[in-house]
Design a binder for this molecule. Structure first.
Ligand SMILES: [Zn+2]
Length: 352
């Protein structure tokens, strides 16, 4: 039989679709669903923000274009047999514009998307090899939710970062208001300059240990699209499917450089929270104030502190310290966490 190897990203989509993390979407988009999601944000009349598709490059297409039945492999392991129903195309320009706005052409995920997707496949599974349909970083929502029986409110926190003090401010803010929090880092980074998956996991587990059993952990095995508001809404759906009742959408959530405005992800998700079926937590960005000597997210008491006393805490700042081999100040990151970091914690940091 003919075979096709799937990429890491495709494998994660297969798992998330099959095990319900992307519910109400249960399968890769066919042409109609792809267009409906792009143009109407709907699949089978239900809100769905972002297309989840199975595309292949030209080389793979020429290998299988006349075949009907194909075996899928991931890292040389047989995962499923599929029947190809149809090959189809989508105008890449529309995809780019809908996700990233008018300047989509230089967006890193758009470049990856164009390069990897010569054509899209509409297929159905004939046989699934469940034994290989698993990954060390993937926990099906149904398995995770078994732990949650007695948790009345669960607030989800998405991250693809090592937690800095502003993240920890958010964790603590949510711990005060909700029964528990779920720290669910996105595992599946591919871009230069991002943290290694292993670093993200280790650092977030260290933070969780600081919260006296109030914080739970499960990875979100996927990959970043840097898709701003639409991807943020997918993140919210995923958290709902993992049992969260609330979800924190941060400043420039799932953003990239200047493609989206600071609070556009937050306002988009908040506006659609009923459709998403999960409450969106809307707060201003926390920052460090040298006047108050702590992290705050509202105007300092009676505005006594000058603007110049405020510093923004960001992952980019932290990575800059690492690249320069400098110590990260404690106002930016807890020592227990910064201790495990160095410039090799970042993907390809030496090549840049
Ligand atoms: Zn202040």
């Amino acid at each position: 039989m003919n075979s096709l190897s799937v990429t890491n990203e495709q494998f994660s989509d297969i798992l998330n679709l099959y095990y319900g993390s992307y519910f109400p979407l249960k399968h890769f988009n066919d042409e109609k669903n792809f267009k409906n999601i792009l143009l109407k944000k709907k699949v089978n009349n239900k809100f769905f923000p972002l297309p989840i598709f199975f595309g292949i490059n030209k080389k793979k297409y020429f290998k299988i274009k006349n075949k009907k039945i194909i075996k899928l492999f991931f890292e040389n392991k047989y995962i499923a047999a599929i029947k190809i129903k149809n090959f189809f195309n989508i105008k890449k320009k529309i995809f780019g514009r809908k996700l990233f706005g008018l300047n989509y052409k230089k967006h890193p995920y758009y470049l990856k998307f164009s390069k990897e997707n010569y054509i899209f496949l509409d297929f159905e599974y004939i046989k699934i090899n469940k034994k290989n349909l698993r990954h060390k970083y993937f926990v099906p929502p149904s398995i995770f939710k078994k732990k949650l029986k007695k948790v009345s409110t669960l607030a989800g926190f998405h991250t693809r970062n090592v937690p800095h003090t502003a993240h920890q401010w958010v964790h603590k803010f949510m711990i005060k208001k909700y029964s528990k929090i779920l720290i669910q880092p996105l595992i599946g980074q591919y871009k230069k300059g991002e943290y290694l998956d292993s670093t993200i996991i280790k650092a977030n587990l260290l933070a969780i240990q600081m919260y006296d059993k109030k914080a739970l952990y499960v990875p979100y095995f996927s990959y970043p699209r840097y898709g701003g508001p639409l991807e943020s809404a997918l993140h919210a759906l995923v958290r709902k499917n993992y049992g969260c009742t609330h979800f924190w959408v941060g400043r420039d959530h799932a953003g990239y450089k200047k493609y989206f405005s600071k609070y556009s992800s937050q306002s988009f998700c908040f506006k659609n929270q009923n459709k998403l079926g999960i409450k969106i937590i809307v707060q201003k960005e926390p920052y460090y104030c040298h006047g108050c000597k702590k992290i705050v997210n509202k105007k300092c008491l009676k505005n006594l502190c000058k603007r110049s006393l405020k510093i923004v805490i960001s992952g980019t700042k932290v990575r800059n310290y690492l690249r320069k081999n400098k110590d990260i100040p404690e106002i930016i990151m807890n020592k227990k966490i910064s201790k495990i970091l160095n410039k090799n914690s970042i993907i390809n940091s030496l090549k840049k």
